[in-house]
Design a protein around this ligand. Structure first.
Ligand SMILES: Nc1ncnc2c1ncn2[C@@H]1O[C@H](COP(=O)(O)OP(=O)(O)OP(=O)(O)O)[C@@H](O)[C@H]1O
Ligand SMILES: [Mg+2]
Length: 411
């Protein structure tokens, strides 16, 4: 592992040397500068951008705090330890708010320093070394096309099939539906994380995510109030996604239908975009627009995968027609399964959990299998469930039998 570059600013020569002596025994730290002057030290940090900084606040506290804040703004991933002889609760809170991650009481003892360094190391290596996860976005520039249906069921099936840790993110920041689809009432959401972005580490992340039942599936919910979406910056989104990627094997993102800068950032960071369309002219035309934009952004066919939702066999427009119009192969077809999908949404239970034998559940499992490369064993022949014919009369009957309170019986 590369050593972590570190800088010390402490105008007390005795304690500075003591600190340097303690650090000599830590083999993963490389001290690249030590300063007795706050401003000189800051200039060096602005130029060299070390990953770790220890700064003394004992004298000249206000200026030191200003510098802590400035350092954290240069790069919010820089880990800052503050230390001081004078410690009070207010002082610690104030320092943390400025962007410091640890507060060490002077004289610093080896045990405290080691514990803080260990935490810093796991945080810094999480950012640089564990970036193994895949970010898959589900997108369409048309609303109501089935993005959330796909994102939710894909996340669930990827977890089910691979047993790996999956995070489902609702980036439809103003009108997210993921928690409704899963019948969750999360205590925290993405706005909470982004408003505490400097505290973002693994333990903070997991307390802010909603675990789905007993699965290794975690949900990052959209904010409860529309205006909170505005407070989340593009940089915040990029930081959160990068961090999630270092922790989860799969990060599945349900997006909004607009080409705003936040959505584009998320698409840009994705290794794959599942572009959802239906087989009708308005939808295909919108898809064309998307593909033209994606071409300009230099997204290739490896990255953009076409998914046709609500597919009906023997439809007037065929899959060949769609491929010809869009000049791209259809990667996946999801059958039209109105009753299963609506019941699942209304009950807040994903289709694959509600009825794992249904054709559409198996379809999602097969998609997860295609994506992950892990074989999905179908226990029985699924042909009878794969029927994609739309029979309105049977749907109405099934709904009546459900006795959902909000469905009025027509006379
Ligand atoms: N495969 C399917 N078969 C039948 N109906 C479906 C299917 N997929 C989605 N639907 C229907 O389409 C509606 C919209 O689905 P969904 O909410 O997943 O779309 P969305 O693109 O996320 O919408 P929004 O733009 O509002 O976020 C659902 O209410 C559901 O009834
Ligand atoms: Mg949606």
């Amino acid at each position: 592992m590369n050593k972590i570059p570190m800088v010390i600013i402490d105008n007390n020569e005795k304690t500075r040397i003591q600190l340097m002596e303690l650090l000599e025994g830590v083999n993963y730290i490389e001290l690249i500068g030590d300063f007795d002057n706050l401003l000189v030290g800051y200039d060096f940090i602005a130029q060299e951008k070390p990953q770790l900084v220890i700064i003394d606040l004992t004298e000249n506290t206000d200026l030191a705090l200003e510098i802590v804040e400035k350092i954290s703004k240069i790069d919010k991933n820089t880990v800052i330890f503050a230390c001081s002889e004078n410690v009070s609760t207010e002082m610690v809170i104030k320092t943390m708010r400025c962007g410091a991650r640890e507060f060490l009481t002077k004289p610093v003892i080896l045990e405290d320093l080691n514990s803080a360094l260990r935490k810093a190391r796991s945080l810094l290596t999480a950012d640089t070394e564990k970036t193994t996860g895949e970010i898959y976005s589900v997108f369409s520039n048309k609303g109501g096309i089935g993005k959330t249906t796909l994102a939710v069921n894909l996340a669930l099936q990827l977890n089910e099939l691979t047993g790996k840790r999956v995070c489902l993110v609702d980036l439809n920041l103003q009108m997210g539906d993921v928690t409704t689809f899963l019948d969750l009432n999360p205590s925290f959401d993405i706005a909470y994380i982004t408003s505490h972005i400097s505290s973002l580490d693994e333990s903070f992340l997991f307390t802010s995510l909603e675990k789905y039942k007993d699965r290794d599936l975690y949900i990052l919910a959209d904010p409860p109030y529309v205006e909170q979406a505005e407070e989340i910056s593009v940089d915040d989104i990029a930081s959160v996604l990068n961090f999630l990627k270092s922790i989860f094997s799969y990060v599945i993102i349900d997006t909004s239908s607009s080409f705003d800068i936040k959505t584009l950032t998320c698409l840009d960071m994705s290794s794959r975009i599942f572009l959802v369309s239906m087989v009708n002219l308005p939808s295909i035309r919108n898809c064309q627009r998307c593909l033209t934009l994606f071409k300009r952004l230099e997204y290739n066919e490896d990255k953009v995968k076409l998914v046709v939702n609500r597919y009906i066999e023997d439809d007037e427009i065929t899959i060949d027609d769609v491929e010809e119009a869009l000049n791209q192969e259809v990667y996946w077809k999801i059958p039209n399964s109105y009753f299963s999908v609506m019941t699942s949404i209304n009950k807040g239970v994903p289709i694959s959990e509600m009825d794992s034998k249904a054709g559409i559940s198996k379809n999602f499992a097969q998609l997860a299998s295609k994506i992950s490369g892990i074989t999905f064993y179908d226990e029985e022949d699924s042909k009878e469930h794969d029927s994609v014919n739309f029979d309105m009369a049977s749907v109405v009957d099934k709904f009546k039998n459900l006795n959902l309170p909000f469905i009025k019986q027509r006379s």
